[in-house]
Design a protein around this ligand. Structure first.
Ligand code: NDP
Ligand code: 2IT
Length: 452
């Protein structure tokens, strides 16, 4: 434990104002304790000390002009965390809460997640405190161009390949890709999540949500159960949530919740069919608020200012399976206790680090099938990897081909978690399994590449 505790303490002392980063470090590093004994060579080469420090962090000014002709200044980030096993890879988040702590926690998680996918991708994350909400398309375009005006010099198809995350979807990727192409004069796979017409992959929009449900189905399979007739709580209503809903419906489950940053809706009859199309049109085209759902579909109830997990707690709603797909730390210890009390036996994290450390402990102590984000939501970046492959070979695969590969990857991620958990004496512990399996590949690569 000594080497690991020293590392955790060092991070806290060196970067005292980065609580999300500390949380991610603690969650991962404590599960790596059994690797210390088996791998003295990692301790000698200071792998544990090196893996928690990003290769480099770029922070830059993003000046742009709004529709009223006023100059705006945002802050841009790219944390290139680790490229031991492949080029840096990871999303860009545009949200007012973005800061260095959040960028570093996401970049750190991405290293282990990308390693689990089986594909050769290192870990990175970036973004800005820019808030796309309420901005015109022209403003979003000017911001994306200003952001890329600096980012372009740090990325490249074999160097660092960004993609979407919160607040960055097809529209933003299009504007950023267009500008990169203009200034670098190269049409290459430098971003993923591109539109189909200019190098994107089928199934990439669906991949994170589908992948999280495939992962949950694998976990359920270990207890010989499936999604049929299960009541499912999903949070968020963006990219990941929308396709998680679609896949749960396809597998026979009933999704009863969605939310955005203003409200939660509960529809006990199930969010399915035409109601899903409504959510997609509402969130992706009109960029409206989820509360509209409850005005349109009468049996649904809307709770303003509450998260899905607050509502489940306060209303005593029974759910079998929870798939958080909004943001970090959305489920705290009390939410977790109510979920368990109300019968929840499976949690698959679509978002990154949605459960606090206390919540994870509650799930694990109560024998809940707990799929951590770096495993359960790995389908998104895995399919980004498949987009990179298609860009490299200059071919496009069919929907079926990409979906089959995604399914195989999610199966493999699931198996890797269980195998590593078993090998290190924590049978059935997906968190430990994911962290150890993700870590070992990166650590061995770092060892082979020397002190760099
Ligand atoms: P989107 O921007 O498409 O959707 C995010 C959703 O979550 C929106 O409904 C948003 O509400 C809600 N949300 C965001 N922040 C908050 C907050 N602070 N409080 C309450 N609700 C909030 O993002 P994605 O669906 O792409 O991402 C969701 C999660 O999944 C994130 O944690 C992301 O890191 C993770 N993820 C995404 C991947 C991807 O491929 N896109 C891959 C792997 C993980 P509102 O509409 O009000 O903003
Ligand atoms: O958190 C994530 O894995 C993502 N936002 C997707 C990253 C990617 O490069 O597709």
């Amino acid at each position: 434990m000594g080497a690991i505790q020293d590392v955790i303490e060092k991070v806290k002392q060196r970067d005292p104002n980065e609580p999300e980063f500390h949380q991610a470090i603690k969650e991962v590093m404590e599960t790596l304790v059994p690797t210390v004994k088996k791998h003295p060579e990692f301790v000698k080469a200071k792998i544990y000390d090196r893996i928690i420090e990003p290769d480099r962090t770029v922070i830059f000014r993003v000046p742009w002009v709004n529709d009223r002709g006023e100059v705006q200044v945002n802050r841009g980030f790219r944390v290139q965390f680790n490229n031991a096993i492949g080029p840096y890879k990871g999303g860009l988040r545009f949200h007012p809460s973005v800061n260095l702590s959040i960028m570093k926690f996401l970049g750190f998680e991405q290293v282990f997640k990308n390693s689990l996918t089986t594909l050769p991708m290192g870990g990175a994350k970036g973004g800005s405190d820019f808030d796309p909400k309420g901005k015109s398309d022209d403003e979003v375009m000017r911001f994306c161009q200003a952001f890329m005006r600096e980012l372009y010099r740090h990325i490249g198809p074999d160097t660092d390949v960004p993609a979407g995350d919160i607040g960055v979807g097809g529209r933003e990727i299009g504007y950023m890709y267009g500008y990169y192409k203009k200034i670098v004069n190269e049409h290459t796979g430098v971003l993923t999540g591109k539109g189909l017409e200019y190098g994107g992959s089928l199934i990439r929009p669906e991949a994170t949500g589908y992948g999280a449900v495939y992962f949950a189905a694998e976990m359920l399979g270990t207890r010989e159960i499936d999604f049929k007739n299960k009541i499912v709580a999903i949070s968020g209503s963006g990219n990941v949530a929308q396709y998680a809903v679609e896949k749960v419906n396809e597998l026979g489950g009933r999704v009863i919740t969605l939310c955005d940053s203003n409200a939660t809706i509960v529809d006990e009859e199930g969010i399915c069919g035409e109601k899903c199309d409504f959510v997609m049109e509402l969130k992706n085209i009109r960029r409206g608020r989820i509360s509209e759902y409850a005005s349109k579909y009468k049996p649904a109830v809307c709770f303003i200012g509450k998260s899905v997990w607050d509502v489940i707690k306060e209303q005593g709603i029974k759910v079998d399976i929870a798939i958080p797909c909004a943001t970090q730390n959305e489920i705290d210890g009390q939410h977790a206790e109510t979920l368990v009390k109300n019968g929840c036996f499976c949690v698959a994290e679509g978002s990154n680090m949605p459960s606090t450390l206390e919540a994870i402990k509650v799930f694990q102590d109560n024998n809940v099938l707990f799929g951590p984000g770096k495993a359960a939501n790995a389908g998104g970046v895995a399919t980004s990897g498949l987009e990179m492959t298609q860009n490299s070979i200059k071919l496009s695969w069919t929907r079926e081909e990409v979906d089959n590969r995604l399914r195989m990857i999610m199966k493999s991620v699931h198996a890797s978690c269980l195998d590593a958990a078993e090998a290190y004496g924590r049978s059935g512990d997906y968190l430990t399994g994911a962290n150890i399996a993700g870590f070992l590949k990166v650590a061995k690569a770092m060892l082979s590449c020397g002190i760099v």
